[in-house]
Design a protein around this ligand. Structure first.
Ligand code: NAP
Length: 283
């Protein structure tokens, strides 16, 4: 039976470290600040935004929420971003995805100052990740790396397989594993003979958005299995991309859903906000 990687516990530990650093910064006269912008009424997005605000309060980060109505124009949103880019109290800006139809998410992302881009979605920060010289890391892949570090799971020389190639999870995840000297393979929906590749992985990170897709026969005995997926099954229950009950019989380590990668994502957002304040706080 695999050891369960407890994301809640690690997130709590990292948050208390962040809270202590926030106190240090406040003593130096800098209060880290995050602005969260949401457009429209998407219920899941509203929950995410509320959780982000609560997490900020928990560690002493100042936060502002901008809840804009669905009919907001792209120009109005861009004008708000311009104001937040200039605002001294704000060190991080996050625009909650998805935006309503008609918005160009790429254009919106690129309007955020790269120095306040705590999601690390701006091409400037994406490029910095590519060359391994970064200030901010995208929150979910960074959370995965923090979990591996916490459980003393070394990446060096390991066969790492990342299932999924999205810009926010799969691709940056592969870059971070590579930076830690893993031998990385990226798989996607056009990959042929997928199971034979995943079954060779020492470390398997799955981010595809397909409930319980990865079965035991796709996993090597003793592998580390990190499940980023968040899906609702037919009964409405939250499940990952990995069939937890059967894969946990075979893996050495596994993240549960919920309680694995999820709690780390917001924690990494807090960490990025703190970093932005420490790097650019007085500018
Ligand atoms: P995405 O943008 O939809 O990308 C999914 C990726 O999976 C694509 O690269 C796609 O390949 C690949 N894929 C889909 N079906 C596949 C299949 N049958 N076989 C192989 N590859 C397949 O998703 P995402 O934003 O990366 O999110 C992935 C999952 O992680 C979702 O469940 C999401 O909810 C979850 N998530 C969780 C957190 C968290 O905090 N825990 C954060 C972000 C995302 P192609 O490129 O070929 O289409």
């Amino acid at each position: 039976m695999a050891q369960i990687i407890n994301g809640k516990e690690v997130a709590q530990k990292v948050r208390s470290e962040i809270a202590a650093e926030v106190e240090n910064m406040k003593a130096k006269g800098i209060v880290p600040g995050l602005a969260v912008v949401i457009v429209g009424e998407d219920p899941a997005s509203k929950v995410y935004v509320r959780n982000k605000k609560l997490a900020c309060a928990e560690v002493g980060i100042y936060s502002e929420e901008y809840a804009l109505p669905e009919k907001t124009s792209e120009e109005e949103l861009l004008a708000l971003i311009d104001r937040l880019n200039e605002k001294k109290e704000i060190h991080g800006i996050l625009v909650q995805a998805p935006l309503p139809d008609g918005f160009d998410f790429k254009k919106v992302t690129e309007r955020i100052s790269p120095f306040k881009d705590v999601d690390a979605f701006h091409p400037y920060n994406v490029g910095k990740i590519m060359i391994g010289d970064f200030d901010f890391l995208p929150c979910t892949p960074a959370g995965v790396m923090e979990l591996l570090k916490h459980y003393d799971i070394s990446v060096e020389g390991k066969k790492c397989v990342v299932l999924g190639r999205s810009n926010i999870v799969g691709k940056p995840q592969a870059m971070l594993l590579l930076k830690e000297n893993g031998t990385v393979t990226i798989c996607h929906s056009r990959t042929k003979d997928l199971a034979s590749i995943t079954a060779n992985a020492d470390i398997l990170v799955v981010a595809i958005g397909r409930g319980e897709f990865v079965k035991a026969d796709m996993v090597k005995e003793g592998a580390v299995v990190i499940d980023v997926g968040m899906n609702r099954n037919k009964e409405g229950k939250l499940v990952g991309d990995v069939a937890f009950s059967e894969v946990s019989e075979k893996a050495a380590y596994i993240t549960p859903v919920p309680g694995g990668v999820g709690p780390m994502t917001i924690t990494m957002l807090l960490k990025n906000t703190l970093k932005a304040a420490s790097l650019f706080g007085n500018d």
